[in-house]
Design a protein around this ligand. Structure first.
Ligand SMILES: Cc1cc2nc3c(=O)[nH]c(=O)nc-3n(C[C@H](O)[C@H](O)[C@H](O)COP(=O)(O)O)c2cc1C
Length: 190
């Protein structure tokens, strides 16, 4: 598959087959993921790969967070449907930002957060495209941020949670989702 085709054909996948994904495939994907560019080549990403029993515990952790938020009348966005997709996917990868910003005074710490988050976004998109190229489906999930504390505790990781990626064999082939035309969002200055 060429790069343009992979970019054009990738879709968010929310239904997964029960098939496992082999560890060496996940390792290949992470090897490609870390080829992403990062500001100052800082490579701020950190990954926690969950499969099997650990993934089941992660989903239970999220369900508990959802129930608690519901009981307290707090908003949880689309967490419920994201949990359903995570429940089906055989692999969930938690993505953290391992760079501490405490040493950077205001407003540079905010700039550092933006910069490192962009680098991590590049890594996540690289993962998604590489997985698509291998015939696997992915979902980029930020709903996990509703349960940051619980996930940090689950993963024994005090780094900042950025997102999760669900990975598995797709059980759906969604149509292309709508996009605003780039022409309406682009100004030319010659
Ligand atoms: C930063 C980011 C966060 C996202 N978080 C979620 C999420 O929590 N749950 C979900 O179902 N989809 C999530 N998505 C997937 C988007 O809903 C999806 O990319 C968008 O609807 C376009 O669909 P497509 O990826 O199939 O083109 C996220 C995507 C991005 C880039």
């Amino acid at each position: 598959m060429d790069t343009a085709q992979a970019i054009a054909d990738r879709r968010s996948i929310r239904r997964f087959k029960n098939d496992p994904v082999k560890r060496d495939v996940i390792e290949q994907l992470l090897e490609l993921t870390i080829q992403a560019p990062s500001a100052k080549n800082d490579q701020p990403w950190k990954f926690v790969v969950t499969t099997h029993e650990a993934k089941t515990r992660l989903v239970k952790t999220l369900q508990a967070a959802l129930e608690e938020a519901d009981a307290q009348g707090q908003s949880t966005g689309s967490l419920r449907s994201s949990i359903r997709a995570m429940d089906e996917a055989p692999v969930i990868i938690l993505v953290f930002n391992r760079i501490r910003r405490d040493d950077f005074p205001e407003p540079h710490n905010y700039a550092k957060l933006l910069v490192d988050t962009q680098s991590i976004g590049a890594a996540i998109q690289t993962f998604l495209l590489a997985a698509h190229d291998m015939g696997l489906g992915t979902l980029w999930i930020c709903d996990v941020l509703y349960a940051t504390d619980r996930i940090q505790e689950f993963a024994s990781c005090s780094d900042e949670l950025v997102a999760a990626i669900a990975l598995g064999v797709p059980a759906e082939s969604p149509q292309k989702r709508p996009r605003q035309e780039w022409q309406s969002l682009t100004t030319w200055m010659d």
